[in-house]
Ligand binder design. Structure first.
Ligand SMILES: CC(=O)N[C@@H](CCC[C@H](N)C(=O)O)C(=O)O
Length: 380
């Protein structure tokens, strides 16, 4: 049976689910896989994710391809007829496209198998709390652990038909950041009898913004972004509690440690200065995405030879990806796939051009086929 990629993408787009809650998504993927010849594939469920092995004709190695499957807690504002039916949740990072491309490549390989086994990994919780690390450590993953692993991420800023990649560091080290402040609430007319957490929080936000500008070597790179703040409950009451939520990004692991040290000092100062109590939680931390040099070089060569695909060498980005944990253990790489959207990743109006799905399937399938033609070899 022929699959309609655009329809699949739209179906998935409508049902975004947060990390480790991707039950409907898993059921949808299983429904599709159910229609494939039973003797060609084997499936393992892992939490809300899936690991699917397409059996090779004469397997000498396992080639792995990974997609993430979760959505974000963002209210969609695209106005699309197939917009999210889950209020407050959206596929705003392109994982609906990623899943469709994975299904597409899987379908191609099932219909025209290669010599080697090909393992397709549908990984939950990339946006948080992080599915890659526990999945990598699971017995399900280890049963079919691939010898090499690759993945893609859509890139709204590149036109469709573009693959952007580089050897070595591609994505940053990341850490989430949650800080809670507790002071003393009271009537807005009696500020001297309270410890106002609105003031403490705004001071804290401003002071955190001095870390990159004043403590980090200008030749190094780092980001401290606060994406959400919350304090108080009503306009004429002094806020007793406040919370900020953000993220830290660095290219060097040591810079991450330095930033955390500075955050802790600043928070101590806020506690002292505003007579409040603070707690810091670093949430989930992701290891940098570091592309294997030889495999990336070879991927560039193999992809450059494709008609209608332009390969660009990009610079590293401050985005994070828990795919970095896989690459720490298994040789492989990640690349950007041009998706041409006026609005960027994590934007409520993100609208990737669906034409990128065909390019993605083509690039991924071509790499798997060419790699399998090499026999035992993993490295070029
Ligand atoms: C590609 C992408 O956008 N990835 C996310 C990964 C989230 C990491 C974590 N939740 C954090 O905020 O630190 C990103 O935000 O870069």
């Amino acid at each position: 049976m022929e699959w309609d990629w655009v329809q699949i993408r739209r179906d998935l787009h409508q049902i975004p689910e947060l990390g480790f809650q991707e039950w409907k998504t898993q059921a949808y993927l299983l429904d599709k896989l159910e229609t494939l010849p039973k003797n060609r594939i084997e499936i393992q469920r892992w939490k809300t994710g899936l690991i699917v092995k397409v059996n090779g004709l004469d397997p000498k190695k396992r080639i792995g391809y990974r997609t993430d499957i979760d959505g974000l807690p963002i209210e969609e504002d695209t106005g699309l007829s197939y917009r999210s039916v889950h209020p407050g949740k959206m596929h705003a990072c392109g994982h609906d496209i990623h899943m469709t491309i994975a299904l597409g490549a899987l379908y191609e390989i099932v219909n025209e198998p290669v010599a080697d086994d090909v393992v397709f990994i549908f990984q939950p919780a990339e946006e948080g709390p992080g599915g890659a690390k526990p999945m990598l450590e699971s017995s399900s993953f280890q049963k079919w652990q691939p010898d090499l692993l690759f993945a893609l991420h859509i890139a709204p800023e590149y036109p469709v038909g573009t693959v952007a990649v580089k050897e070595g560091l591609l994505f940053a080290n990341t850490s989430e950041l949650f800080i809670d402040l507790v002071g003393k609430g009271g009537h807005a007319a009696y500020p001297h009898k309270s410890n106002d957490m609105v003031i403490a929080l705004t001071q804290l936000v401003n002071q955190l913004q001095t870390i990159v500008s004043r403590n980090i070597d200008p030749l190094d790179h780092a980001v401290v972004s606060i994406g959400k703040i919350r304090a108080g409950s009503v306009q004429n009451s002094i806020a007793e509690e406040a919370r900020l939520e953000g993220t830290i990004r660095t290219f060097q692991p040591e810079t991450m440690a330095l930033i955390k040290e500075r955050i802790e000092s600043i928070v101590k100062g806020i506690e002292y200065g505003f007579r409040c109590e603070a707690t810091i939680d670093y949430g989930s931390n992701y290891y940098q995405v570091f592309n294997d040099e030889m495999l990336t070089k070879q991927f560039i060569e193999l992809t450059t030879s494709l008609e209608d695909v332009t390969v660009q060498i990009c610079t590293e980005a401050m985005t994070g990806e828990d795919f970095g944990y896989f690459l720490k253990e298994i040789p492989g790489f990640m690349f950007w796939l041009g998706a041409n959207s006026r609005y960027g990743l994590h934007h409520r109006k993100l609208t990737p051009d669906e034409a990128c799905i065909d390019t993605g399937i083509h690039v991924v399938t071509n790499y798997i086929r060419r790699k399998s033609e090499e026999g035992m070899q993993i490295r070029p």
